[in-house]
Design a protein around this ligand. Structure first.
Ligand SMILES: [Zn+2]
Length: 130
């Protein structure tokens, strides 16, 4: 259960990227969460609400996009959906596969009340908590 730490990291990270004057205008924070990232969306949403409660961001929504897990075979270059890191290649049976999607935790965009988007936060990985 690291959703609380993740929520705190999201808020801290966004706070570093927007101007203080923009804080009260944050309408939504968009994040991409891989299926295998070990994050429970409902739990993260709850923790995010708790973290922003009583702040200038109180009304901000956390918008989550789930990223399906996908792997790429290093032997035959096939890409395939997978549910577990370490699963073999369904095309050739090789075990040399690399996860390409599904483990990401990224802030996609911060939406401001006047339809601005803070561009500097796009695709910022939340590496501190992964
Ligand atoms: Zn293969």
């Amino acid at each position: 259960m690291h959703e609380l730490a993740l929520a705190q990291e999201i808020v801290a990270m966004v706070a570093r990227h927007i101007l203080p004057a923009q804080a009260s205008r944050v309408r939504a924070v968009h994040v991409r969460i891989g299926e295998l990232a070990g994050v429970v969306p409902e739990s993260l949403e709850f923790c995010f609400s708790a973290v922003v409660a009583g702040t200038a961001w109180e009304s901000a929504d956390l918008v989550m996009t789930r990223v399906p897990a996908e792997a790429c075979c290093l032997d035959c270059a096939a890409t395939f959906p997978t549910q577990a890191p370490g699963a073999g290649c369904p095309a050739c049976g090789s075990s040399f596969v690399r996860m390409t999607h599904g483990q990401e935790l990224q802030v996609d965009a911060v939406e401001l009340a006047d339809d601005d988007v803070a561009p500097s936060v796009r695709d910022t990985a939340l590496e501190a908590v992964v």
